[in-house]
Each structure stands twice: as C-alpha cells, then as structure tokens.
Design a protein around this ligand. Structure first.
Ligand SMILES: [Zn+2]
Length: 271
C-alpha cells in the first residue's frame, strides 16, 4: 500500500512538476517581452527620453518664450505709450538752495552791465526793437546745452557778448555731461532782457531798489532756474553737479558775476 501510494505520488509529482515547468516557461516567455520592453523603456527614459524631453522643452520653450516676449513687448509698448505721455520729467532745481557758489555783490553786476560795449538801458519795447535793428541787441534761440523757456516778463534778446557767453556756458554744460547717462540735459534760461515796465511788473523782489535799474534791463544778464533732463532714467545729481562746475569755473575765471537767488541763478557778463 505504502509503495503504491509512493508510486502514485511520484506520478502526481511528475504531472504537477511538468505542469509547473510549463507554467514557469510560459510565464518566462510572457515576462521576457515585458521586461524587454521595460528595458527599452528604461533605455529610452535615460538617454532617449531625456533628449526628447529636452528637445520638446526646447521646442516648446522656443515657441513659447518668444510668444511670451512678444506678448509682454506688446503689453509694455501698449503701456509705455500712455505712460510716456503721462510721464512727467521733473526739472532739476538750479538755485541757492542746491548750488554752492559765492555771491558777487549786486553793485558789481550793475557796474559790469553799464560798462559792456554798446549797453544801454532798455526802457521799453520800441527801444528794444531799435537796439535789435542797430545790432546792439541780438535775438537768442535755444542752443546746445541750454534752452529758453516761454517768457512772460522778458524778451529773448541779449547784448552780443552776453549771447556768446550763454552759448559758451551751454557748450561747457553739454561737454560736462557728454557720454554720461545725463547727456542731452539742458539748462533752462528763464529770464533775459526786461524793459522797465516788465521789470516793474515783477514787483518789489527785483532790483529796482538799486538805483531803480536791473542788469536785466541792459541786456547784460540772464537767469538759469532749472536743468531739464531728456528722461527720468538718470537723477538730478549729475546735471546739478555739471551746472555748478560750469558756473563756478566761469565765475573763477572772472567771466561772470553770480547771485544765487531763491529760485534761480542770476548771471551777468563781467568785463
Ligand atoms: Zn536775474
């Protein structure tokens, strides 16, 4: 019985074993292609997929980034136009509060104004026009480094030597800032030659007290009240330093007399 059972069992074992073997082989054959494709997948994942992923990113990036840029460019352009219109470029002050310059007494200004060749007291507009016809007064226009503001209390005329001085100061100022971030900044001339009437309309704060005359009435003086930058990209420090350097150097050389005022710098040609 025991031998039979054992024999019977051996058969069963063989059958079960054979079946197991078949199962293992078939399993192995199933797994083999799976693992092979998995290997391929892994292989792709590392060099292949990494490359394709990068390429895809690059392609996407190259397509998307310019799109984003152009969009933002368009947006910023759209924004910059009204912004530019709205953008206010604030002038840089040019007066005794920001510039450190010694004051030349006003009587010196008056003596200098009267001693300039062909200078005369410009009593009224017709005398001013007569002076222009004679060539004793010349029209003054915007130039390199300076510009003339809209004038309400003076005329844009000066004695020829004073106009030359203004041009020289403008060039010196522009030279100071050339190549810097403040290049193109101009100083603003806010007052030139005043008739007696224009002078009196300005009120008591002007120099009528000094013998009733102002050096502005001789075509000998002009006022600088601001420096105007081309944009807000740079601050006021360089233009302010530049105008101070120019005024100081011209004053030191004895070419100008200066009165640092509350709201401007009063300049008279010295001779
Ligand atoms: Zn003045």
């Amino acid at each position: 019985m025991q031998v039979r059972r054992r024999k019977y069992r051996w058969d069963r074992i063989t059958v079960v074993g054979g079946t197991l073997m078949v199962l293992i082989v078939s399993l192995a054959s199933w797994l083999a292609p799976d693992s092979a494709s998995a290997d391929e997948g892994v292989a792709l994942e590392h060099p292949g997929e990494a490359l394709t992923t990068t390429d895809e990113l690059n392609v996407n990036g190259m397509q998307e980034i310019p799109e984003r840029l152009t969009q933002s460019e368009v947006r910023s352009e759209a924004r910059s136009n009204p912004a530019e219109e709205d953008e206010e470029i604030k002038p840089c002050s040019c007066n005794r509060h920001v510039l450190k310059l010694p004051k030349n007494p006003y009587t010196d200004h008056q003596v200098a104004a009267r001693n300039l060749p062909n200078s005369f007291f410009v009593k009224n507009k017709s005398e001013m026009e007569a002076g222009k016809r004679r060539g004793d007064l010349v029209p003054v226009h915007d130039g390199r480094g300076y510009h003339i503001t809209a004038l309400s209390h003076s005329y844009a005329v000066l004695l020829p030597e004073v106009q030359e001085l203004l041009m020289d100061m403008g060039n010196a100022f522009a030279d100071e800032l050339e190549g810097s971030g403040s290049e193109g900044t101009r100083f603003r001339v806010t007052s030139l030659t005043r008739t007696e009437r224009q002078q009196s309309r300005l009120g008591r704060r002007n120099y009528n007290a000094f013998n009733g005359t102002s050096t502005h009435s001789y075509g000998a003086s002009f006022d600088i009240a601001y420096t105007d930058r081309p944009s807000n990209d740079s601050d006021c420090s360089a233009p302010t330093r530049a105008i101070q350097n120019v005024l100081r150097s011209f004053q030191k050389k004895g070419r100008i007399l200066v009165i640092p005022e509350k709201s401007c710098m009063h300049i008279t040609l010295r001779r």
